[in-house]
Design a protein around this ligand. Structure first.
Ligand SMILES: C[S@@+](CC[C@H](N)C(=O)[O-])C[C@H]1O[C@@H](n2cnc3c(N)ncnc32)[C@H](O)[C@@H]1O
Length: 505
């Protein structure tokens, strides 16, 4: 660790990952679902990511939103240089990476920056020192436009309380070992395993320890960044909200759609108990006592312009939505902390089928269409929120500029060639011009769309054969006919969706 690190792990670079929930289009829609106006940029919107890591999120936001200027800040020079080089290689001119620490920026030593409509930070606030947290709040106070949105994700209490003894053990054991942080965290894991086997009472009763030790193929770089930071400290929502209030920020709502609906997150009895507390900060903190949530992703706003329920429904009815998965793969049951949330098929199936048939369409159009034979939902907010919560539907914007589509496809060719490195548990991120965002898809989607763009007239049969050949070594025997038939059906079912996302023509 070096002395500019402020206690943060700087000897190994962070893993490469992309988080589409940081994109302006997602933040705007989540704010609207919470009844809060999105920022009004009156020109080019200005976006800033703090602690941008390898930069993939910022790069894909910039690539899919050429009308937004993206600034990405990180204090690790190797990461900044690598991210800027990738942006330059992919010819993304509207993103700039800056090497600066949060304290540099708070003290006016950072780069000259505009005022922002969006500031996001993923995996930063609960990993840095109090001094750095204060610097971040000062940056928000100084550099966020009125009406601007802030996305913050962090390890949350009380859900992450089991993590406290685990992190302390890994950090302290690792600090007594030589080697890089990934090797040191490995030493901590070895000892934790042995202590668990010996019956150490505070490990045997700790569910997280078992989960961590059971995960195969742990990524040591991720674990080092998660656990080897000196100032790692999970936070109560109320403490983050209090910090942000100093920058005139108010809590707008969650960044994850299902969390909008108490009925799926906590029991009826818990809802009734919490309803007795009108203070939204206390109510939100109490909710965290009732759900198994170790990580929060919050949206705050500088000066909330709140709207009535009727206004919110009317605005949501006009947002174009698109299906991002084949309707055959649409799950009408969602897992929730209280069990399962069911999307009533009488209401949702006709909407999903209409989206599959028509492509991007507003819910207002679908519900008022005489052809809609489904049961009317109780509110537009609920229907849009639940469709978003399904993860099979996203907000969309018609693509008017063919250059945007061409550029995204150029980026997706790059992604296809590096699929193995860019694959995470969420999938492989592709630049989807119609979503103005990245979308994680399966490897088969990446390969199929790549091949279709190479050979636009290719039919499903030939495409299935080429996908199989793409994955197989040269001397592999021909795949069984059933495998080709299965793949042909998959690509036939997904072609329309790839088109709606703007991945193919
Ligand atoms: C856990 S990583 C998250 C990276 C990225 N947001 C992501 O989720 O992939 C945190 C990032 O914050 C950066 N960081 C930590 N402390 C910082 C500081 N004081 N000033 C600037 N950047 C910092 C680190 O270099 C690292 O890239």
């Amino acid at each position: 660790m070096s002395d500019w690190s402020g206690g943060y792990v700087t000897d190994v670079e962070y893993v490469t990952a992309c988080y589409p929930e940081q994109a302006p289009i997602h933040l705007d829609l989540m704010a609207l679902l919470a009844g809060v106006e999105a920022p009004n940029a009156r020109g080019r919107a200005q976006y800033c990511e703090l602690g941008a890591g390898q930069g993939l999120t910022a790069i894909l936001i910039a690539a899919t939103n050429p009308e937004i200027d993206v600034h990405a800040i990180d204090f690790m020079p190797a990461q900044v240089a690598r991210a800027q080089a990738l942006a330059d290689q992919l010819e993304i001119g509207n993103v700039q990476f800056h090497e600066a620490s949060f304290i540099d920026m708070a003290e006016g030593r950072g780069p000259a920056l505009p005022r922002f409509h969006y500031v996001t930070m993923h995996g930063v606030y609960s990993w840095v020192s109090r001094e750095n947290q204060r610097a971040i709040v000062k940056f928000l106070a100084d550099r966020l436009e009125p009406g601007g949105l802030v996305y913050t994700s962090y390890n949350a209490l009380p859900g992450w309380s089991e993590g406290i003894p685990v992190q302390r053990l890994l950090f302290d054991v690792g600090s007594h070992r030589a080697g890089n942080p990934a090797e040191r965290v490995g030493a901590g894991f070895d000892l934790m395993e042995k202590l668990l086997k010996s019956g150490a009472i505070h490990l045997t009763s700790n569910q997280l320890v078992k989960e961590l030790l059971e995960v195969e193929g742990r990524n040591p770089t991720y674990l080092a960044h998660e656990y080897m930071n000196q100032y790692w400290k999970p936070l109560f929502f109320a403490d983050v909200a209090r910090d942000f209030a100093e920058a005139k920020l108010e809590y707008a709502g969650p960044a994850r759609p299902l969390e909008l609906f108490d009925q799926f997150m906590i029991s009826d009895e818990q809802q009734a108990l919490i309803a007795r507390f009108p203070d939204p900060i206390l109510a939100e903190t109490l909710r965290d006592y009732c759900r198994p949530r170790t990580f929060r992703a919050d949206i705050h706003v500088k000066g909330a312009r709140r709207m009535s329920g009727a206004e919110r429904d009317a605005r949501l009815a006009a947002v174009p939505l698109t299906l991002c998965k084949s309707p055959l793969d649409f799950a009408y049951q969602l897992e929730t902390p209280t069990g399962v949330a069911t999307l009533a098929e009488e209401t949702y199936r006709p909407l999903v089928e209409a989206l599959a048939e028509r492509g991007p369409t507003t819910i207002g159009e679908l519900l008022t269409d005489p052809a809609y034979k489904g049961r009317r939902p109780t509110s537009v907010t609920e229907v849009v929120g639940m469709l978003m919560a399904s993860r099979a539907v996203s907000a969309a914007v018609p693509v008017e500029d063919p250059a945007l589509t061409a550029h995204c496809r150029q980026i997706n060719r790059y992604v296809a060639h590096r699929m193995a490195q860019l694959q995470t548990r969420s999938g492989v991120p592709l630049a989807a011009p119609a979503l103005r965002n990245a979308r994680h898809l399966e490897q088969i989607d990446v390969v199929a769309t790549y091949l279709i763009n190479q050979q636009p007239g290719i039919g499903d049969e030939a495409l299935a054969a080429r996908i199989l050949a793409f994955a197989a070594p040269d001397d592999a025997p021909p795949p069984p006919a059933e495998e080709r038939d299965r793949l042909r059906a998959v690509v036939a079912g997904r072609r329309g969706i790839w088109r709606y996302l703007g991945l193919i023509d």
